[in-house]
Design a protein around this ligand. Sequence first.
Ligand code: KG4
Ligand code: ZN
Length: 333
Amino acid sequence: MLILGIETSCDDTSAAVVEDGRIIRSNIIASQDALHLRFGGVVPEIACRAHLESIIAVIDSALADAGVNLKDLDAVAATNTPGLIGALLIGLNAAKSLAWVLDVPLIAVNHLHGHIYASSLEHENIQYPVLSLVVSGGHTSLFLTQDVTHHTLLGSTIDDAAGEAFDKVAKLLELGYPGGPIIDNAAKKGNPRAVSFPRAYIEKDSLDFSFSGLKTAVLYHCYGKDMKTHHRFGTQEIADLAASFQEAVIDVLVDKTLLALEKNRAKGILIGGGVAANSRLRHKLQEAANTRGVPFYYPSPRLCTDNAAMVAGLAYHKFLQKDFASLDVEAVP
Ligand code: KG4
Ligand code: ZN
């Protein structure tokens, strides 16, 4: 079964053809990083216009790369929630149009469930229930995943997302955009104990997250509490700051993931989303999983960040369950 997946929830225009939910025949991703770089974050209006300009070319490339024609497709899938409303609408309407003219089922995919599915594209036998941590530019959520299509939300961020914190701190330190990979790299040469940044646990046993206080702590560290000083940091200081900030984020992510794992007696740990590409997070979760004797599932970096292969892959399972969307399904921001 060949499914075309489309992903436009944020700032990547992506289309992929996946066979039987596992074989990635193509996965085209048109990044908009260059457009948002000078703003240090995603500008929604710019993202929507860029999706509109590239969506047809991206779909054409995905089909050509896979060596398939439109009439070979068994279904068309798109992310319909959550995301930037204008951005979601471009991909969803492209999918609706194709499903309609080809007279094949339309499948609507939840972006976070897609990020969780990314691991299934590379791991054959995931043991369920698994504890899933989705960490991206827009989300920080813990789910108990019973199987590929059933997820119970256990906790999420009450303010900023983990990736957003990486991006904002990188902007503050004038390191570039997106900040996650840059901080990940810089931190490799830094001391994670150089600066003592706060860890926000909210309440004992809480599975929710908060990163705005940490962001403010980094801001004060750079500009002073009176916001009047602007330290000029050297390369080593930047590395130390990056490592200390990253450690503060990761300590909380790891601790809460392990708390949720124990509370729910899950059989393993799974991560997805852009921040799941973070080398330190992967290392610490791998260590924790080894200590507890549970498997740890994570996608390769290219499948961590936004991509349509995860959408087309998950759509296969929704197809088998006849979980189709009607042509008036809405995009939900
Ligand atoms: O999943 P994604 O592509 O988009 C959303 O759904 O939001 O995630 C993008 C986010 C950005 O905030 C980016 O800085 C972050 O993922 N990211 C990373 C790394 N690679 C990407 N954060 C930390 N370490 C990384 N290596
Ligand atoms: Zn995402």
